[in-house]
Design a protein around this ligand. Sequence first.
Ligand SMILES: [Zn+2]
Length: 66
Amino acid sequence: MNCNDARQLLEICADGEIGAGDGVRLEHHLEDCSDCVDALAALRGLRKLVREGTTYFESGTVEALR
Ligand SMILES: [Zn+2]
């Protein structure tokens, strides 16, 4: 997965509609790419203003962003 792929999945992830397979692939990318972690944090921040909710990620790398 490259960053372009990851960014598309981030959008889906932020909406809470990501599939398990894509979620795992995305999480692996996030472990190596701080840029995309930042992008996800920004997306989550935006979505959180609109809708409080939990997406695919319940633990792991992304948990540290909260
Ligand atoms: Zn990336």
